[in-house]
Write a protein that binds this ligand. Structure first.
Ligand SMILES: NC(=O)c1ccc[n+]([C@@H]2O[C@H](COP(=O)([O-])OP(=O)(O)OC[C@H]3O[C@@H](n4cnc5c(N)ncnc54)[C@H](O)[C@@H]3O)[C@@H](O)[C@H]2O)c1
Length: 315
């Protein structure tokens, strides 16, 4: 298959990353059909997409006043996995963006990936799971590749293209070509735990959370310090709220299980945010309190400072 043969992407999972990918794909001129098992996510998708396309239009297509509406016309949502699978026959790429759970991803891929045309590709946006294992489950290992987009996908240029040992050189080259054609900056990493970016980022972020649990720093001072000293765009606590405590927890636990590295074991403070539904921007509360995408204030975690040997039994 050549790049010019690729006309349609099927996007499975319309959460934060899925919808942002859809915006970027529509900007690239592709048709997109999307599906999510959650009816709420399917209903929210057009509104979230309009926001993303609005941003892209303003920043990258200022001379096209109808950019967002015209681009949005290329997107359709279907209501069942069966309808989605039926659409795959006329798509060239399936992009998997469902939640970070290896068993779930493998199960769903085994059901739907065989419905693609023989030369169809599968991309996965996983941030930490074994791309090879998912490729085996999909039944098309040589055509299965990691395309780890950064959050928010349409603003961040890099895409980590994850090469596993059985990936064909044709799939790798075509994937890089498609991404470059969309204006992205792909780079190739290997299928090791955390690939390249999260191998560095996750232990760093978890250590910042442990410093909070030791009472060494506050949320706002922590972020101001990293922004002003190391040039980080937002600081770790804000970044974690953008990623979501649920995703942060799942990614770090997956990496811990792969490596047994204690630095990757999710700290209690992160587990508690996940369990309490305080997932960050998407729920309005995490390390910060949020008003939409605006951080109102950093929360006080002094009660979460570990002060006694029985601390974990008391929460
Ligand atoms: N959030 C980030 O910053 C970030 C960054 C890079 C990569 N990722 C990765 O992207 C993926 C999605 O993360 P997210 O943050 O968008 O999560 P999310 O929770 O916002 O969205 C996941 C969506 O998948 C849907 N889903 C679950 N099972 C499904 C199924 N069987 N079929 C269709 N839809 C299904 C859920 O209903 C949900 O809407 C994960 O693999 C995550 O690790 C996330």
């Amino acid at each position: 298959m050549e790049r010019s043969d690729v006309k349609c992407f099927a996007v499975m999972g319309l959460g934060k990353m899925g919808v942002d990918w859809v915006a970027n794909l529509l900007e690239g001129g592709y048709e997109v059909v999307g599906f999510d098992t959650d009816a709420g996510a399917r209903e929210r998708a057009p509104g979230a997409l309009a926001k993303g396309l609005g941003w892209i239009g303003k920043k990258r297509h200022p001379d096209e006043p109808n950019f967002a509406d015209e681009a949005a016309a290329g997107f359709r949502v279907v209501d069942s996995e069966e309808d989605f699978a039926a659409e795959l026959g006329s798509c060239q790429v399936l992009l998997e963006v469902i939640l970070e759970d290896l068993d779930l991803k493998c199960e769903v891929l085994a059901r739907v990936a065989p419905r693609l045309p023989d030369d169809g590709l599968v991309w996965t946006n996983t941030s930490s799971l074994s791309v090879h294992t998912m490729g085996v489950a999909s039944g098309r290992l040589e055509k299965f590749v990691g395309t780890h987009g950064m959050n928010p996908v349409y603003q961040m240029p890099a895409v980590e293209v994850v090469r596993h040992r059985d990936l064909s050189s044709e799939t790798l080259a075509l994937t890089v070509e498609i991404l470059e054609g969309m204006g992205k900056s792909p780079f190739v990493a290997t299928d090791v735990s955390g690939f390249w970016v999260n191998k560095h980022l996750v232990p760093f972020m978890l250590e910042a959370m442990r410093a909070l649990e030791r009472g060494e720093i506050t949320v706002e001072d922590g972020d101001v310090g990293l922004k002003g000293s190391l040039g980080h765009p937002q600081g770790v606590f804000k970044l974690s709220d953008f990623i979501g405590a649920d995703t942060m927890y799942r990614v770090s636990m997956a990496m811990y299980l792969q490596t047994q590295d204690p630095r990757l074991y999710p700290p209690a403070i992160l587990a508690r945010l996940f369990k309490n539904g305080e997932h960050g921007v998407k729920t309005g509360k995490g390390f910060y309190e949020w008003d939409g995408f605006k951080a109102v204030k950093g929360r006080d975690f002094s009660e979460n400072v570990i002060t006694s040997s029985d601390f974990l039994l008391e929460v």
